[in-house]
Design a protein around this ligand. Structure first.
Ligand code: 5AD
Ligand code: SF4
Length: 478
């Protein structure tokens, strides 16, 4: 096997599935070289990603495979290969994809050799696949969340046939390691520690589309992070639908707190973040590890979803308002000044004004640094979709606006409190509006813009936060 940038010895160590996939990549590389010669240019590819951080990480894996084949990545959909990595957590996300597919059909008429692939959570729904098969015949490849590693094999299958290739796995226990991956940033990276979710919150479609919980082996995670650090990464974000239940199903079980403890020992790694934490599984051991490590960022995303114990029960969240507030107290006592963020759903079936008031009460008590607020979206197949008492749109909208106002007032007050302090900041990029400024991220995830040189990108520097501008700061290097 002769692969660019991949040492033979490394390939020898790969699993047989990984080797099989590298063989498909190699074959497509030869096909691509031929195409390139015919056209006098490389083929172009555009990966559009919808949804969460897990999807963004999957998009990097897709990009990695396409670049190995030889594709030149472009931002626009006027490309030879367009792939949408979809999300289905709320109905809006689905509608967006159907809208964009209409646009792609026009592009494909201009460039009949264009290939269109759809993958991600939305494709794990049978009704979606049926609809695409019927009404969007020009789509070339459909695959799901469990078999991204097979992209090259599926592309080969498409080239060898004249119909749509559909490969959706209902679920899997397989985790294929060591495939190529292209990072969006050279100094920070997302690292999957687990896939899937076993919680079945009654509104949520994720367990149906992402399958059961599977944790990666700690050795594979540590190896990946060490390689990233050797490659210049200073900040990692550990990713999982519910990181707090990491390791339960491993051959030698391990807790998330234990995994974190190993990760923070890695030399050269400066910052560690993680998401998402389910409150029901957040242990005192984890609080202790967070408290004792300077590398773990001063931020915790702790979705509450609702402040009403009655609604939380119907949501199947396994905690009450009081238990959540007690957990927040323990966290704040152990780690003073920690930044807390959350997710909140408004308009869950049966939510009364009193229930909603309980949510506002939690917001006022916890004082979140920011909150992602969502209007409840009915997802077919979930228990909540069949509940009577779906809430009237106008009522939901009114509650949503009240919640947003409360969240924003508290958040801007908290942001203002840091004005004048000096904070360590990871410099991420040249400011998009003003090229004389750099943009960096604080440990609590907020952004600061300050005068600086491009060479600072990827470095952690001290910045004084001179002026709070609502949800970001203007600062200066110290
Ligand atoms: N409707 C609205 N919001 C939802 N979320 C998950 N499912 C739904 C739904 N059906 C929100 C939750 C979750 C976040 C990722 O998306 O708040 O934490
Ligand atoms: Fe969905 Fe609940 Fe699992 Fe989060 S924990 S992915 S909200 S089912």
């Amino acid at each position: 096997m002769n692969l660019e940038n991949t040492k033979n010895q490394e390939v020898e160590e790969f699993s047989s599935e990984t080797k099989r996939q590298y063989q498909y990549i190699e074959n497509l590389r030869k096909w691509h070289d031929q195409k390139k010669e015919e056209l006098g240019r490389p083929l172009t590819a555009c990966v559009q990603c919808f949804g969460c951080q897990m999807n963004a990480r999957d998009a990097e894996k897709i990009t990695g495979i396409l670049e190995k084949i030889g594709y030149q990545m472009v931002e626009t959909e006027e490309a030879d290969f367009v792939i949408y990595n979809t999300c289905t957590v709320r109905e809006n996300a689905n509608l967006k994809v159907y809208g964009r597919l209409g646009y792609l059909s026009k592009l494909k008429k201009k460039n009949p050799d264009m290939m269109i692939a759809l993958c991600g959570c939305m494709m794990q729904e049978q009704t979606v696949v049926d609809k695409i098969k019927k009404s969007y015949r020009y789509v070339d490849i459909i695959f799901g969340t469990h078999n991204i590693f097979k992209l090259a094999e599926l592309m080969q299958a498409r080239l060898d046939s004249d119909g749509m290739i559909i490969d959706i796995w209902k679920d899997t226990t397989e985790i294929v390691e060591d495939l190529p991956s292209e990072r969006k940033y050279r100094f920070k990276a997302g690292v999957n520690i687990m896939f899937g979710c076993n919680n079945f919150c009654s509104y949520c479609i994720v367990p149906y589309v992402r399958g059961r919980e599977r944790s990666r082996n700690p050795e594979d995670i540590i190896k990946e992070i060490k390689e990233l650090v050797a490659d210049g990464v200073v900040e990692i974000m550990l990713l999982g639908q519910n990181v707090n239940s990491y390791g339960k199903n491993l051959e030698s079980p391990m807790t998330f707190a234990e995994l974190l403890q190993e990760i923070v020992k890695i030399d050269g790694l400066e910052r560690v973040r993680f998401m998402t934490s389910h409150p029901k599984d957040l242990s005192d051991d984890l609080i202790e590890v967070m408290k004792n490590s300077k590398k773990i960022c001063n931020h915790l995303h702790l979705p509450v979803q609702s402040g009403s114990s009655r609604i939380l029960k119907i949501m199947n969240r396994h905690y009450t308002k009081e238990q959540y507030l007690d957990l927040v107290d323990r966290i704040k006592t152990a780690i003073p000044g920690i930044s807390l963020t959350t997710d909140i759903i408004v308009g869950f079936p049966g939510e009364t004004e009193e229930d909603f008031e309980e949510t506002l009460d939690v917001v006022r008590k916890v004082r979140y640094d920011s909150a992602y607020t969502f209007i409840y979206s009915k997802r077919t197949g979930t228990p909540a979709a069949n509940m009577e008492e779906q809430i009237d749109d106008a009522v939901v909208k009114e509650r949503f606006n009240r919640l947003l106002k409360e969240v924003q007032t508290i958040a801007s007050g908290l942001t203002k409190k840091h004005e004048g302090t000096v904070q360590s900041v990871l410099v991420e990029q040249v400011n998009e509006q003003d090229a004389s400024l750099m943009t960096g991220r604080l440990s609590n995830s907020l952004l600061v813009h300050f005068k600086g040189e491009e060479e600072l990108i990827g470095k952690i520097v001290d910045v004084r936060l001179n002026e709070c501008k609502g949800f970001y700061y203007i600062g200066e290097l110290v």
